[in-house]
Design a protein around this ligand. Structure first.
Ligand SMILES: Nc1ncnc2c1ncn2[C@@H]1O[C@H](COP(=O)(O)OP(=O)(O)OP(=O)(O)O)[C@@H](O)[C@H]1O
Length: 309
């Protein structure tokens, strides 16, 4: 079996750094000829995963956070062999996609689970938006792409992670609150399968394949990664104290019944700047990375990824 492992040595999980040497040893013992590739920056996980897939790997495994996992998925799906099976070992700051599954703790158990796991088809999202220089940009995402308050928040979290300022999962909560205090509600028009569902100021619009984002916020509690549909969560704008209280409810999923929240299902989501946005373009979060701004489309690719988990 030809296996390639793509590792982000900088992903946030302190736990992963503790278990990584033992995990690497267990992987080497289990899979003869296994190859490891360490990322050095943005885009490397996609490039390595694409090259491994093109080279005929039987399995590509990402070790890292949501950004690394999402990039690796993008690499496989843009390769000549998008059917290449994919697995991952979570190691990020937020590790939100991993929350959709249960993972064993010990390196040996992780490797045993990897060997025995079935391969199943899961949905993937494809984001098309503008990058920060206004050029067309496309990327696949496996978990959640969103915009509004989450856009500046992921940028702040990623900057803090690069500067190694605040430790671990509290980064998301801290930066969500700081960015909320600065946030001027983005004004957008949201269409789902060509139907207008919202026009006006928002706190967040989340286009969800998985259920969690923001380091443990269960924003789309009923999302299913294999139903062929996005769950689209629209949280309208309100006063900052109201949003702070609502934010607290998102961790448990209790926000769904709040009058500011509406949840929709669909295959294609289009988000445009609203007429009154005055040229301010909402920032996008895509699997915990900040690739650009609206206007954006989000398309679901039903069953596009063969996930071994
Ligand atoms: N060797 C490296 N040094 C610094 N940054 C890196 C390196 N390799 C990849 N990166 C950056 O790491 C980011 C992805 O991090 P990843 O998502 O895996 O971890 P995380 O941010 O800690 O986790 P999560 O997204 O789950 O919160 C990418 O933006 C990429 O540019």
């Amino acid at each position: 079996m030809k296996i390639g492992i793509v590792v982000n040595p900088a992903s946030g999980g302190y736990g992963r750094h503790r278990i990584w040497p033992a995990l690497r040893q267990s992987l080497v013992a289990q899979f003869a000829g296994i190859k490891f590739f360490e990322t050095e920056g943005t885009g490397d996980a996609a490039r390595y995963a694409r090259a491994l897939s093109d080279a005929g790997s039987d399995l590509v495994v990402a070790v890292g956070g949501d950004g690394t996992i999402g990039e690796a998925v993008d690499g496989i799906l843009t390769s000549d062999r998008p059917e290449t099976p994919f697995a991952f070992v979570p190691g990020g700051t937020g590790a939100d996609f991993a929350r959709n599954f249960s993972f064993p703790q010990s390196p040996e158990a992780i490797v045993t689970a990897l060997v025995n796991a079935p391969v199943r088809a899961v949905d993937v999202g494809r984001l098309s938006c503008l990058d920060d220089d206004g050029r067309a940009f496309t990327r696949h995402f496996i978990n959640i792409a969103s915009l509004g308050l989450s856009g500046p928040t992921v940028r702040a979290v990623n900057k803090a992670r690069r500067d190694r300022r605040t430790p671990g999962s509290r980064q998301f909560l801290y930066h969500s609150v700081v960015e909320l205090l600065r946030y001027r509600a983005d004004k957008v028009r949201v269409l789902i399968d060509d139907e207008d569902v919202h026009e006006g100021p928002i706190t967040v619009v989340a286009v969800a394949n998985g259920r969690w984002f923001g380091g443990g916020m269960k924003v789309a509690p009923a999302a299913d990664i294999a139903d062929g549909l996005f769950d689209v969560v629209v949280i309208r704008a309100a006063s900052k104290p109201t949003i702070l209280r609502l934010m607290n409810r998102i961790y448990s999923g209790a926000h769904v019944s709040h009058p500011l929240v509406s949840i929709h299902r669909g295959r294609r989501v289009e988000v445009l700047p609203a007429d009154e946005s005055k040229g301010r373009l909402a920032l996008i979060d895509c699997d915990g990375e900040g690739p650009g701004t609206v206007p954006a489309t989000f398309e679901v690719l039903p069953g596009a990824l063969r996930l071994k988990i």
